[in-house]
Design a protein. Structure first.
Length: 304
């Protein structure tokens, strides 16, 4: 079991203009094994920015800090305590970050023969009517799944629909959150890095039964996180929009990686998202009572 995370980071001061331009780069390795830790996260919430390490644990972030006394760098990795360091303090340290693995609380389990019934919760449509893209890795988008039983179940698998546009084969990270007090994604229920990829577009099912993830009475947020899988996964596409004068404008935009399929449904907000360094936001686009819904579902086992 991994107990510590060791991060070696180098900060280089480049120039000064309204703030200090800095280049944050380095790599993450495991303290005990020296093996790289892929896809760790670096965020600066005060600047609404951040980045994700690549599959080799390497990362680079170029940004402009407003105030080195208050701007804070946050280093995180699933299953570990988050480390927060003021930029000014970081510049005078040895640039070594240690993240301690969170203890796993094991509850007493009563062993008794039980029968379970499996239900599919979420969107099950065969084809998308829309899509959700990310302009850079680090986006985290998905759907809140209500619990129809109002009793705790266990998540056996999660499924995502990968749109045919973009790169359906691009790896992504599975994220599962318990609803927070403000009804946005809160505590991580899946505390391990589960990375998945598909051979083609369409539904992809990921078995997570080995992690014993509960499906709370209040439901759960099942999300897809775009991760740093290489520059080759950027692509351009054309977007059209109608201006205030009725003129149709066509623009080329650059996006990254896989594209999540969506459908329009009644029943309230069905798509949530965030980018590195930003808060969660609902995609509350109401079109005649219908809202965009992320094409995500979960296979949940409930006790009979």
């Amino acid at each position: 079991m991994i107990k510590h995370l060791f991060s070696i980071v180098y900060l280089t001061l480049i120039s000064s203009c309204f703030g200090q331009c800095i280049n944050i780069n380095g790599f993450f390795i495991d303290y005990e094994t020296d093996l790289p830790l892929a896809y760790a996260t670096i965020e600066l919430f005060s600047l609404h920015t951040g980045t994700i390490a690549d599959e080799n644990g390497k990362f680079i972030l170029e940004t402009v800090i407003r105030d080195s006394q208050s701007d804070t760098i946050e280093f995180s990795y699933l299953g570990y305590e988050t480390e927060k360091i003021c930029v000014a303090d970081f510049l005078v340290t040895d640039n070594t970050i240690k993240l301690i693995r969170l203890p796993i609380a094991l509850e007493e389990v009563e062993i008794s023969p039980k029968e379970y019934k499996t239900e599919i919760v979420g969107v099950r449509d065969k084809k998308p009517t829309g899509s959700q893209v990310a302009n850079i890795f680090g986006a985290n988008k998905g759907k809140y799944l209500r619990n129809p039983r109002k009793e705790v179940g266990w998540i056996k698998s999660v499924s995502y629909y990968l749109h045919s546009s973009g790169y359906p084969t691009c790896p992504f990270r599975v994220r599962i959150y318990k609803p927070g007090t403000d009804n946005t994604p809160g505590e991580d229920l899946l505390k391990e890095n589960v990375i998945a990829s598909a051979g083609k577009s369409g539904w992809i099912k990921i078995d997570i039964s080995e992690y014993s993830i509960p499906f709370p009475k209040e439901g759960a947020f099942i999300m897809m996180e775009w991760i740093n899988s290489g520059e080759e996964f950027y692509f351009e596409t054309e977007l059209s929009a109608t201006g205030v004068n009725g003129e149709l404008r066509v623009m080329k935009r650059k996006f990254y990686g896989q594209v999540l399929g969506t459908v329009s449904k009644k029943g309230g907000i069905g798509l949530w998202g965030s980018n590195l360094g930003n808060e969660w936001v609902p995609y509350n686009f109401n079109n005649n009572g219908k809202y965009p819904n992320a094409m995500i579902n979960a296979e949940v086992a409930f006790e009979k």
